[in-house]
Every structure is written in C-alpha cells, then in structure tokens.
Ligand binder design. Structure first.
Ligand SMILES: CSCC[C@@H](NC(=O)CCC(=O)O)C(=O)O
Ligand SMILES: [Mg+2]
Length: 366
C-alpha cells in the first residue's frame, strides 16, 4: 500500500465528569489522531498518550514530535502494518505514538481489503461484556451513587481506582451496598510500595477479581514478591509494555492476569502477540482503556473479542466519558458492546463533530 499523505489531527474532548486516579485528575482528553491517506482509501489511529507524562513517560507533544521527526519518515514506500512496525522498531519507546501510526496503517489496509479488525485479529465473539472504571471520589456516598448508576446501566464489572487512604473503605462500602456477586476489582496505578503489603492484604477479605498495578509502573520483581503475600490475583498494566515484558512477568510470577492496552504496548499486532502468549500460559487477559474516542474504542472492542480475553474490559460505552463522541456512540446493550463488523475499524469519524473538537491539524505529504 502506498501512502499519499498523513494527517496529524489534535482534538480536545471534554469529559462528562472529572476522572480521578492516584496520579491526577483528568477533565478532558487531548488526543492526537493519525489519518493515513492512500490512493485506495484511508485509515485512522488514536494516540492514547495523555497531556502530561503521569500515566507513563509519554505525552501528547512528544508523540507529535516523534511521529513527525522519526516515525513517519521511517515508513517504507510500500507499507502495511507489519512493515510499519518493523520500520519503527529502531526507535526506542514512544509505544503510544507507534501504536497510533501502526493502527492507522492497519485500518487503511483493512478497509481496502474489506476485512474487519475483529476478523484480522482473530475475534471469536460478536459482542463483549463490559466493565467500567470508577475514579477516586470526594466521599463514600458520592462513590456509591456513581457505582449505583453504572450497575443500573448494566456494566458487568466495576473497577475502583484506589490509593493510600482510599482503598479499604470504598471497597468495603461497595461490597456492603452491592453484595458479594458484583464482579469487583481495584486499580492502584502504582500508588503503593512493598511496605504496604500488609495493608493491601486486607483487600483479600473482599473477594476481588484482581488488584491492578499496585506497585511501581516499571516493576516486575516486587510485584512477584507482593503476589506471594496476597490471595487476590495481581494484574499488571503499566509494567507490561511488550510481549517480552509479559513473558518475564509470567516467568517471575509477577502477574497472574494481564491488562492489555494496545497503545501501551505499541499497537494491535503486539497486543495480539501478548494475548497469544498469555493463552499459551493459561494467563487470563482483559482489554484496558485510555478513555478513547469511538475510533480507539472500536479497535479495543474488536481486540476484546479474542478468545483469551476472558475478563470484562474497560471497554465502556462512549457516554461513560463523552457527551458527544466523534463517531456514532458505542452504546451498552445488556452489559455488552457489539464488535464492529465493517472493513477496518468499521466506524468513521463524523466530520463536523471532528472539526468542532479539532485544535490543530498538520499534513505530511509523501
Ligand atoms: C486517565 S487513567 C487511564 C489509565 C487507566 N484506565 C482506566 O482506568 C480505564 C479508562 C477507560 O475506561 O478507558 C488504567 O490505569 O487502567
Ligand atoms: Mg490500570
């Protein structure tokens, strides 16, 4: 496939409500979309980096810079997703930027070939059960209201963000209000240290599905030590940036569940490789989220339909974060989202909505 031009479009998407984690509060998403234009069709990729390097070392301005100066110029004359991945490999890090470009190339090639993301990746289901991530709140009553609303909407799993000082009380309150059958897990975003092991072990009383990334974002060894002190399964997110990291985590016993986020690991090809490795080792995986628009959400829902994704993901409806999405909104039906079936992502940006949230656009001609 020959590329004629690539657009780097930056958009600002206000969130319906602030989303608080152990590392900060998100009130809007500042997103770079990559649009690959070829003679036979075009494709879209969404960069999940945040405005500031708080979730990981990546951030939007750096993603734009590395795309313009290094990743896009490295693409070969004739390109497909695998060739794009190979061409970007020499450059260290910047996996979210790489993922956005690789996904846009993959979307273009699949729209041209007529194959859906789900089919290309090996989806085995037509719809996926959806969980929802609930931020840290100012009070327990406020949290219970929010969780009640999501349970009402039909989400099949609740994930609570936790941090030191907001962990046992919210988990206990949700268990007491919604009962033992509610699928419940927590995500610390690396807010604890091994010295907190005894405090974290108190979460064992609440029959959680998992505790996500309790320790440092680049750690495996201490998570292995912690997992030997907990009954609750440890799930890794930030620590897993590649299939090699996943293999090391499994070998070390650092995680018994892995949250796969295509942006964090450099794209859907790497995400599929991690899925395949985990299936081979009997390690459950689920699809994480980075508050994506409908474009990234479409790709994530397709990924979440692969056989090894046996736990509900953070693949929520568009309205969980956005009053108006840049695509037809993903809407929960009986706690599930349908996997798009059209070519490529199977969904397109709605041009006037996209234009209304665009803060900048830059074209690179080939
Ligand atoms: C702004 S926080 C993004 C990272 C966070 N993501 C979520 O909690 C899910 C967000 C979503 O529903 O997309 C995580 O560490 O798993
Ligand atoms: Mg997480």
């Amino acid at each position: 496939m020959k590329i004629n031009a690539i657009e780097l479009r930056r958009i600002a998407m206000p969130l319906r409500a602030p989303f608080r984690t152990s590392f900060g509060v998100e009130t809007a998403r500042d997103i770079v979309l990559v649009r690959v234009v070829t003679p036979e069709g075009e494709g879209w990729g969404e960069c999940v980096a945040m405005s500031e390097p708080l979730y990981s070392s990546e951030y939007v301005d750096a993603a734009l810079d590395v795309l313009k100066r290094f990743l896009i110029p490295a693409l070969p004359e004739k390109v497909d997703a695998r060739a794009a991945k190979r061409a970007m490999k020499p450059f260290k890090g910047h996996r979210m930027a790489k993922a956005a470009l690789e996904t846009a190339v993959l979307d273009a090639q699949l729209r041209i070939s007529g194959e859906s993301f789900g089919s290309f990746l090996g989806a085995s289901r037509e719809r996926v059960p959806c969980g929802v991530s609930v931020g840290i709140m100012d009070s327990i009553p406020e949290l219970l209201d929010a969780v009640g609303g999501f349970v009402e909407e039909g989400y099949v799993r609740i994930k609570l963000k936790i941090e030191p000082g907001w962990d046992l009380a919210p988990v206990r309150a949700v268990r007491e209000r919604f009962g033992d059958d509610l699928l419940l897990q927590v995500d610390a975003n690396a807010a604890y240290t091994l010295a907190d092991a005894r405090q974290l072990a108190k979460l064992d009383d609440f029959d959680l599905l998992l505790i996500e990334q309790p320790l440092a974002d680049d750690d495996l060894v201490q998570h292995a030590a912690l997992s030997r002190q907990l009954k609750t399964p440890v799930c890794l997110d930030e620590s897993i940036e590649s299939v090699e990291h996943a293999a090391a985590a499994i070998t070390l016993g650092a995680a018994s569940i892995i949250n796969i986020k295509p942006g964090r690991v450099g794209g859907y090809l790497e995400a599929k490789a991690i899925h395949d490795l985990c299936v081979a080792h009997g390690v459950p995986v689920w699809c994480g989220g980075m508050l994506e628009t409908g474009l990234g959400r479409a790709a994530n829902v397709a990924l979440a339909a692969l056989p090894g994704f046996v736990l509900p993901g953070d693949t929520s409806a568009s309205r969980r974060y956005f009053a108006t999405d840049i695509t037809t909104p993903f809407e929960l039906a009986d706690g599930h989202l349908d996997v798009p079936t059209g070519p490529g992502l199977g969904i397109d940006p709605i041009q006037d909505i996209l234009d209304s949230v665009t803060t900048s656009s830059e074209w690179i001609k080939f």
